[in-house]
Structure formats: C-alpha cells, structure tokens
Write a protein that binds this ligand. Structure first.
Ligand SMILES: C[S@@+](CC[C@H](N)C(=O)[O-])C[C@H]1O[C@@H](n2cnc3c(N)ncnc32)[C@H](O)[C@@H]1O
Length: 257
C-alpha cells in the first residue's frame, strides 16, 4: 500500500468511515494527486457524503453528476424506475415528479427510448443539474419543467407518473445521519403532515393527470404505506404496495384495470 493511501485510510478511519479501505481507493482514483486526495479524505472524515466529494453517483446503469443541489439517488429508487420501465406502454407519456438529479427520468428515457419523458421539480437548481445529466447520458428526449407538483402541468395527462417526493417527517429529520441532515437539500427530504403532504396532494390530483388506464408509483417510508394506499383507493384507483430490497413497504402504486 502506498504512503498516500495509508494516510487516507488513517484519516477515514479516524472519521469512523466504516468502508474506509474501499473509499480510500475510490478517492485515490478520483483525486489525481495526493494533495487533493488528502483534502477529499479530510472532508469525508468530517462527514461530507462521498458522492458529493467525488461529484458522481451511480443509478442503474448511469453515472450521474451530483452536488448539494440534489439528493443523492438511492438504490431503492432504482425499483421505482424499474416499475415505470416495465409498465409504460409503447411510446407512452411518463412524468418524473420531483426529478432531482434526473435519475428516474434519465433511466426511463435511456432504457426505453420510445417513451416521451417529462421531468418536473420545484427547484431550478436541481433542474439545471438534471438537464446537464440528461445531456451527459445522451437522453435527448426529456422535457424538463419547473413545477410545484402539477402547477405548471395543469393541462397535461400522462400514462404513468413516478414520484419520489420528499417524505421524511420533521421528527425523523432530526434523527437522520449527519451525512444526510447536514449536506443533502432539506427541500428534497422533508414534508409536513407526517411527511405525507406532497404525496397525498399528488394522489388527490392524480385523476386529472392520468390518461385512461394510466397509473402512478410513489416512494415513501414504510410507516406511510397504509395511509397512502387508502388515499389511492379513496381517489378511485386500485392501490398496490411494493417492497424494497430489505422487504420494507417502500412504494405505493395507483392503477386502474
Ligand atoms: C427525494 S428527492 C428525489 C429526487 C430524485 N427523483 C431521486 O429519486 O433521486 C425529492 C425532489 O422533489 C423536489 N420537490 C420538493 N417539493 C416539490 C414540489 N412541491 N413540487 C415538485 N418537486 C418538489 C425536490 O426539489 C427534490 O428534487
């Protein structure tokens, strides 16, 4: 092991970074020179997410640019993208509501290039990065739009809507790891009303934004699944619950026969 990688391992270990050997290798590969590598390791040991420091995060078969303007895409969200890819009709209209880095929209657009994908977010900063990611990934068929939920999409109807909107409650936010709480955008994480405000508002508006036979999928916390599923039924759809890799109720779907 070179001197620099040993120094980096020591810095990361002192910062209680569990996977310090692997992270040290990634930092070395990315940094280009020892001085930069040590600098990145020190920020990492102080709690900054590795993905922001390296500037990239994987999502399905994409490598996306990430920085504090957007949430770092999570592995479980790949299942939400999978549902859209599996269920979208040929040449269908798809909406990624709360697109952040563009992960879901870009995955759908690149894995199903027949689709017409719209990606919406309330944050202009997130949209700037999402557009950049789409260009880098060669996803030229995405329409990006700034919108507070459906505010800029009043006349639009979709075959499928995928939404990973903020769902962390105010109380849960206080208990999040510092790496998340102190670095990722609060706008991407929390929502009022037990974390369900945006999801329930979207479910209530679904009927006006889905084509006949259309459907939707929402990512949420397991403790919110039953409430969201009831709201889906109240809105006149069939509710379904999909579990994540850890067998937790992570997604609620709204479909019609
Ligand atoms: C949990 S992040 C998900 C980002 C990305 N879709 C992903 O899965 O990695 C939620 C996103 O919703 C956006 N958002 C928050 N409130 C919104 C609203 N009222 N309307 C539209 N987007 C909103 C945030 O800016 C953030 O980018």
């Amino acid at each position: 092991m070179s001197d620099t990688i040993q120094i980096i391992c020591n810095i990361l270990k002192a910062g209680n970074i569990e996977n310090f050997r692997q992270e040290a290798r990634w930092i070395m590969e990315d940094a280009g020179n020892p001085e930069t590598a040590v600098n990145i390791a020190q920020q990492r040991a102080a709690g900054a997410p590795l993905q922001y420091l390296l500037g990239t995060a994987p999502f399905r078969n994409l490598m996306l640019k990430v920085d504090p303007r957007v949430l770092i895409p999570r592995p479980e969200t790949e299942l939400l993208a999978q549902w859209l890819i599996d269920h979208a009709p040929y040449s269908g209209d798809i909406l990624d509501l709360g697109c952040g880095s563009g992960a879901i929209a870009i995955a759908a657009a690149t894995e199903r290039n027949d689709l017409h994908v719209t990606a919406a977010d309330i944050s202009p900063d997130a949209l700037t990065l999402a557009r950049e990611n789409a260009a880098l990934c060669g996803a030229n068929n995405i329409c990006f739009i700034q919108s507070n939920l459906f505010s800029s999409l009043t006349e639009r109807k979709f075959d499928l809507i995928g939404a990973n909107l903020p769902y962390v409650t105010e109380e849960e936010f206080q208990t999040l790891p510092p790496e998340v709480k102190n670095f990722e955008p609060v706008l991407a994480l929390t929502a009022p009303d037990n974390g369900l405000a945006l999801i329930l508002k979207t479910i209530a508006a679904l009927a006006g934004h889905l084509k006949p036979g259309g459907g939707a999928i929402f990512e949420l916390s397991p403790h919110q699944a039953a409430t969201a599923a009831n709201a889906v039924e109240d809105a006149g759809f069939n509710a379904g619950i999909i579990r994540d890799f850890c067998n937790r109720e992570r997604f609620v779907t709204a479909t019609r026969q």
